[in-house]
Design a protein around this ligand. Structure first.
Ligand code: HEM
Length: 409
């Protein structure tokens, strides 16, 4: 199909609806044509950028291409701020708390948790989404991050609704029930705040009583921040909430989609299984599978001032202030200017040019945790003899994986 000629023939008011559908139903073919014929596609609602260099140019300029669209969803949380003092300070504090030296112990915990779940699955069969890819990050949030005394289903709900409202309930998503999604998210956030209002004083009491806990909530509350640092208790609590919201649904989607990507490619699966006991080699299969099916085909930014992209090239275009810009990260990961033989599945491909954990100022706070948690969940499945799926993955209305039945011998 020639997407661009159909696009050109379509009336202005329905052009973006078409684009949105193509990004969902046939992103690979659509993005191929964009890269070849119209790498900057200025639709009436959003401007799409299909080339690696343009995607990087945008993500490296947070003062021009801002996260203003996050503000309605996240208020003043660090992620909804660009290059501000709050973003700089709080990301640094949280990076220190999520000590990278913990990674081996996180990998062990994730591996043991996933293995125990799979061992206990009746009939060697499980819904990999609710049973595994959501369950494991929830367990990590409880154990490593310190969210105790709360049902796993609650933690899952709080992450799910926030992720839905922020990433798949923007004006350009065109959801008919956009207001309802936002309202429910506000309601679940009242529950989350209520839980944190109970957790924090309780944990402070435990610290005073001499607990030897060393989870992230405890680390945050044990640390004395001088007033001059500018990290008062309300900001600390907000950042605890961010840990949960960021961890669960993202990990679940990435692990489920990477798993499906491998189970659908028997040759690659066999090669991955051959190195299943060498995580440094195995993990490349997971991130490469995710390159073909990342958690989102695009990021989104609001342009704060007129900006000319593709300067001096045939695609030179001025993006007007106020325009929503979609850096098409899926397309960028298939741009042959950045990736050798992009259509090939190459488990040794350098992951630095992938966008699985964002890029630039807003690069994921949980990147290093995600980088061990996502592949380790998949690895535990691949280790099972003849691991296979029993059908295609089902998605929820929020476009997150909801059900993926797998089995093994
Ligand atoms: C421990 C778990 C995680 C936590 C606590 C977390 C938290 C965060 C935070 C706070 C940000 C915003 C950073 C900033 O604005 O400077 C972020 C960005 C991001 N995260 Fe994570 N995250 C986690 C796991 C994941 C996983 C597993 C994925 C996907 C595989 C992911 C994908 C992303 C992406 C793509 C962005 C960039 C969004 C953008 O540029 O607009 N995250 N994450």
């Amino acid at each position: 199909m020639n997407f661009l000629s159909q696009y050109d023939r379509t009336p202005t008011d329905v052009k973006f609806g078409l684009v949105r559908n193509w990004m969902k139903s046939s992103p690979d073919e659509f993005f191929d044509q964009l890269r070849a014929d119209r790498p900057v596609l200025a639709t009436p609602e959003c401007t799409l950028l299909a080339l690696y260099s343009d995607v990087v140019e945008v993500l490296l300029q947070p003062r021009v291409f801002t996260v203003q669209l996050y503000q309605d969803k996240m208020g003043s949380y660090l992620m909804a701020q660009d290059d501000t003092a709050v973003h700089f300070r709080e990301k640094a504090i949280m990076q220190a708390m999520l000590n990278r030296d913990d990674l081996p112990r996180i990998r062990d915990f994730v591996g043991q948790t996933a293995a125990a779940i799979l061992d206990a699955a009746p009939g060697r069969r499980i819904d990999a989404v609710n049973g595994l890819t959501r369950a494991v990050p929830i367990a990590l949030v409880q154990e490593y991050m310190g969210f105790d005394g709360v049902e796993p289903e609650q933690l899952a709900r709080w992450s799910y609704w926030n992720q839905w409202d922020t990433f798949h309930n923007q004006p350009f998503d065109g959801n008919e029930n956009a207001a309802d999604i936002h309202t429910t998210t506000r309601e679940v956030n009242t529950e989350l705040r209520g839980y944190l209002a109970e957790l924090v004083p309780r944990r402070i009491g435990e610290i005073r009583a001499g607990t030897d806990r060393d989870d992230i909530v405890t680390r945050l509350l044990r640390t004395v921040f001088a007033e001059g640092v500018g990290f008062p208790m309300d900001r600390l609590v907000r950042n605890i909430g961010g840990l949960l919201i960021g961890s669960v649904e993202t990990t679940s989607q990435a692990a489920a989609q990477a798993l499906q990507g491998l189970l659908r490619r028997p040759d690659e699966l066999a090669r991955a299984r051959a190195v299943v006991d060498e995580p440094t080699r195995f993990d490349g299969y997971v991130f490469e599978a995710l390159r073909f099916d990342p958690i989102s085909p695009y990021f989104f930014r609001r342009c704060a001032e007129d900006y000319t992209i593709g300067r001096g090239t045939g695609r030179e275009t001025t993006i007007r202030a106020g325009t929503v810009v979609l850096p098409l990260v899926l397309s960028a990961m298939f741009d042959s200017a950045a990736h050798a033989a992009p259509l090939d599945f190459d488990a040794d491909r350098p992951k630095d040019k992938m966008f699985h954990f964002g890029f630039g100022l807003h690069e994921c706070l949980g990147r290093y945790i995600g980088e061990v948690m996502v592949p380790e969940i998949v690895r535990q499945v691949v280790k099972r003899p003849n691991a296979r799926s029993l059908g295609a993955m089902e998605y929820s209305e929020a476009t997150f994986p909801e059900r993926y039945e797998i089995t093994w011998d």
